[in-house]
Design a protein around this ligand. Structure first.
Ligand code: TRP
Length: 439
């Protein structure tokens, strides 16, 4: 494949860690374990895994086909692959999604940084559940504190993105992702020693098919999209920086396995700890991470170490995901105005500063961004990407990209095409209709 002056990934391992870094995010740690626990345990996990395999991976491959074939960002790619059509509007859509998602992601990531700081500087020992709650609510409702934390986070992302793909993003992901895995494994081993081990395992894994309804499947599908960072052009952007011909199917299956393992291991790290403390019940979302778990850490022996590792891991997860969104936006600006990466990064930081401020100031805006991206923009983006690859992209180019010029995975190509054309669009339409409340 052509080498060009946009730069690119230096190694396969680095690229894999970077793509996994985008996928492994807050969604794996605070959303997946609880969804599984509440929706039939192992039964949910089996459904989820099947959906990752049947729908998630083909969609990741679709985004990769676009970026690998066009070697450009999320808008220019369409202009190159389908000139004189309106397909590039899909790129504008994913751009908007990127701003909105990054806006509230930065605020939550700012909270994560603040908790990491607190776990190192003060610790949660001796704090009651009420004190933890009051301190968290005091923090989130003081707009300048949330904004400041969010801006520090934006600055950290920019520090990495401004250095480019190989020397910034790849280098940091190669370093941070293994640290995330190591922290997670340590937390899981610690979980085994806790009183709540059995109860926690039972909560997350005991299969209960009676809990599985149509809604469960839709929720699982929504999680598959979110966790694989689909429908936002991020995978288009990263794949446009790949060099050499990779065995695409194999490397994307590996990334999905990493992503799913982190989600499952997070449950193993979290629930036994929650059940070790009398009277505590698992929760989800911000409440789990910022209220329930700090109470758990306050009561666990050596809880301070566990707290530090946990918030460290969460900060890395948020950072590597946010970096991928920022890179998608920076690439767009470089290509749109022909400016340097440095200048593009500064512009994006300025835009993000405003959006972070808005999300920190108003919980309505925060919730609106969250709802718009998760229920509408990401699924619509993914739908259009699937349709583009399925019907509009040049047949030969699509085949050659998917199989690395006929080298790998030829047998699976017809299945891929069938899914991308029919199965995935149908599944996405169901999610959208469900999000709107029509089914
Ligand atoms: N995958 C991330 C997570 O699990 C969230 C996410 C969704 C994302 N879409 C994205 C991250 C696009 C980066 C880019 O938390």
């Amino acid at each position: 494949m052509v080498k060009n002056d946009r730069g690119g990934f230096g190694s396969k391992f680095g690229m894999m860690m970077t793509v996994a870094g985008s996928a492994v995010g807050l969604g794996n740690i605070w959303r997946f374990p609880f969804l599984a626990g509440e929706n039939g345990g192992a039964a949910f996990i089996i459904i989820y895994l099947s959906l990752v395999l049947v729908i998630g991976i083909p969609l990741v491959l679709s985004e990769f086909s676009i970026g690998t074939a066009a070697k450009a960002g999320a808008i220019l790619s369409y202009k190159k692959l389908a000139p004189k059509t309106k397909w590039h509007y899909n790129g504008y859509l994913t751009e908007v999604t990127g701003y909105l998602l990054l806006g509230f992601y930065c605020v939550v990531a700012g909270w994560t940084l603040r908790f990491f700081y607190e776990s190192v500087a003060v610790g949660f020992d001796g704090q009651s559940a009420t004190q933890i709650k009051e301190s968290f609510e005091g923090f989130t409702s003081t707009w300048w504190q949330s904004t400041l934390a969010g801006l520090i986070f934006v600055a950290m992302c920019a520090y990495v993105v401004i250095r480019g793909i190989e020397k910034g993003i790849e280098k940091w992901n190669k370093f941070l992702m293994p640290l995330l895995f190591a922290s997670l494994i340590f937390l899981c081993i610690n979980s085994m020693t806790l009183d709540g081990w059995e109860k926690g395992m039972e909560f997350m894994f005991s299969p209960d098919w009676s809990e599985v309804t149509g809604q469960t499947i839709i929720d699982a599908l929504g999680q598959v999209f979110f966790t694989l960072s689909l429908g936002m052009g991020v995978m288009i952007t990263y794949s446009s920086y790949s060099k050499g011909d990779d065995n695409m199917v194999k490397s994307k299956v590996t990334v999905s396995v990493i992503d799913t393992s982190v989600a499952i291991l997070s449950g193993i790290a979290i629930f036994p700890a929650v059940f070790s403390i009398e009277g505590l019940q698992p929760t989800q979302g911000p409440e789990l991470v910022f209220l329930t778990l700090p109470s758990v850490f306050a009561n666990l022996s050596y809880g301070w170490i566990v707290a530090i590792l946990f918030f460290f891991m969460l900060s890395i997860a948020a950072l590597t995901s946010a970096i991928s969104i920022m890179e998608m936006l920076v690439t767009l600006f470089i290509e749109r105005y022909g400016i340097t990466r440095r200048r593009a990064t500064f512009i994006i930081v300025a835009i993000m500063a405003v959006l972070t401020l808005l999300c920190a100031l108003s919980s309505e805006i925060f919730n609106l961004f969250d709802m718009l991206t998760a229920n509408y923009l990401m699924p619509i983006g993914a739908l259009l990407i699937a349709l583009f690859v399925g019907f509009a992209m040049d047949k030969k180019l699509r085949y050659n990209t998917f199989t690395s010029n006929g080298k790998y995975s030829r047998w699976i190509y017809p299945i891929f095409l069938f899914i991308v054309r029919y199965v995935a669009p149908l599944a996405i339409v169901i999610i959208i209709l469900n999000g709107v409340g029509l089914i």
